[in-house]
Ligand binder design. Structure first.
Ligand code: GUN
Length: 291
């Protein structure tokens, strides 16, 4: 068997087209477009590249995006003050505020993220948004988790009653994705297991999965022997190995066993960016009382 490819770029292009229309409607009806402010701290090459992709995508759909660079030496207090000043609209009304992670080791990342008001939290990391998701009434859903669910919906992969295994328990991907896929409704109603670095006999658990999501940040962790024949395999990993981008899945091996597989690059990554744009438009519409 050779797995069918889940083409994240193609899905993201369709999502961007519909977001462009929503942005144009806002421009016409309320006279302004949604605005996103991204805080980028330090000179982490991967973060700079992600932020560039986010700004480019915003430009494609007509969202006004500003990137605010800060030196790696910035303190927690300086970053909290910056986010607070952005939230006070001192740079113009910001519908969405995003602090690119990771932050330098000396910074209290939670304190900086908590300074983002929940109604501008387009990353969905604020405890209020995490709580709403856990109660099955999501508002801003973390973008990568939302992107994975959108990929499954787009490919008509049934989730109801299916066994999903997520490898990785991060607050950014693993945990919110488990909630999304467990909640009731389309793209939900799954039976979800979260595995992590302390899980024993990982291959025995992953082989049970109808849908296997790799979000551990470990290059090529998932091998063919860990995949049930015909399973849908979603690779969230973005790792740089010898200058090449590779996922958490051994793509060449697993594509011979899986039924569907998402590539890296060109899989979940473009959908993460598309979901950020969707959250930014949602934030603007909520602020304007249009939703
Ligand atoms: N770094 C890696 N993924 C993400 C994300 O989804 N949001 C932010 N802010 N930083 C990240």
């Amino acid at each position: 068997m050779t797995a069918a490819l889940l083409d994240g770029r193609a899905i993201a292009t369709r999502i961007e087209a519909s977001i462009r229309t929503e942005v144009e409607t806002l421009r016409t009806v309320v006279g302004r477009v949604p605005r996103l402010v991204v805080v980028l701290v330090g000179d982490n090459a991967a973060s700079a590249s992600y932020v560039k992709s986010k700004a480019a995508a915003a430009a494609r759909v007509g969202v006004d995006a500003e990137v605010v660079p800060m030196p790696a030496s910035a303190s927690t207090a300086e970053l909290v003050a910056l986010v607070t000043s952005i939230a006070a609209d001192e740079r113009g009304p910001a519908d969405g505020i995003l602090v690119q992670l990771p932050l330098p080791g000396h910074v209290d990342a939670q304190a900086v993220l908590d300074a983002v008001p929940p109604d501008r939290d387009v990353d969905g990391f604020h405890p209020e948004n995490a709580g709403l998701l856990s109660q099955g009434r999501p508002r801003f859903v973390p973008c990568t988790a939302a992107g994975v669910q959108r990929m499954l919906l787009d490919a008509d992969v049934e989730t109801a009653g299916r066994r999903v295994v997520i490898v990785g328990r991060s607050d950014i991907v693993g945990k919110p994705l488990a909630l999304l896929l467990t909640n009731k409704g389309p793209g939900g109603d799954a039976t979800v297991t979260i595995c992590h670095s302390r899980s024993s006999d990982l291959p025995a658990i992953t082989r049970e999965a109808d849908i296997l999501v790799a979000a551990a940040g470990r290059p090529r962790l998932i091998t063919a022997a860990m995949v049930k024949p015909g399973a849908t395999v979603i690779d969230v990993g973005i790792n740089r190995v010898d200058g090449r981008l590779v996922g958490d899945v051994d793509f060449d091996g697993v594509r011979g066993v899986a039924g569907r597989i998402s590539p890296v690059p060109g899989g979940v990554g473009p959908l993460t960016v598309a979901m950020l744009l969707a959250n930014t438009v949602l934030a603007a519409e909520l602020r304007l009382g249009r939703r």
